[in-house]
Design a protein around this ligand. Structure first.
Ligand code: SF4
Ligand code: SF4
Length: 83
């Protein structure tokens, strides 16, 4: 019985760590470089990007981290936290 709880706890911890790592990988808009051209909006398959005050903004709850916006931005305004 005790072994079951240990395994369950380990599984839950693994899932939580995986979710956390994924969340930290989400794209970041460098607002000083963004010109509001909307190319990233066209590339996003889940409509996670909007323009606010002339700059792109990503809704992290909607983003599925597909990477299409990184490639679409010719102004190099979108990066991952690891770049
Ligand atoms: S493609 Fe780049 S420059 Fe254009 S709106 Fe998106 S982040 Fe800004
Ligand atoms: S990574 Fe994909 S889902 Fe997330 S904002 Fe960019 S294009 Fe949209």
């Amino acid at each position: 019985m005790k072994k079951k709880y240990i395994i369950l706890t380990l599984v839950l911890l693994t899932v939580l760590i995986a979710i956390s790592v994924d969340a930290f990988d989400l794209p970041i808009i460098e607002r000083n470089k963004c010109v509001g051209c909307e190319d990233c909006i066209q590339s996003c398959p889940v409509d996670a990007i909007t323009i606010v005050s002339g700059k792109a903004v990503i809704d992290n709850k909607t983003c599925i981290n597909c990477g299409k916006c990184y490639r679409a931005c010719t102004y190099n305004s979108i990066r991952t936290p690891h770049e």
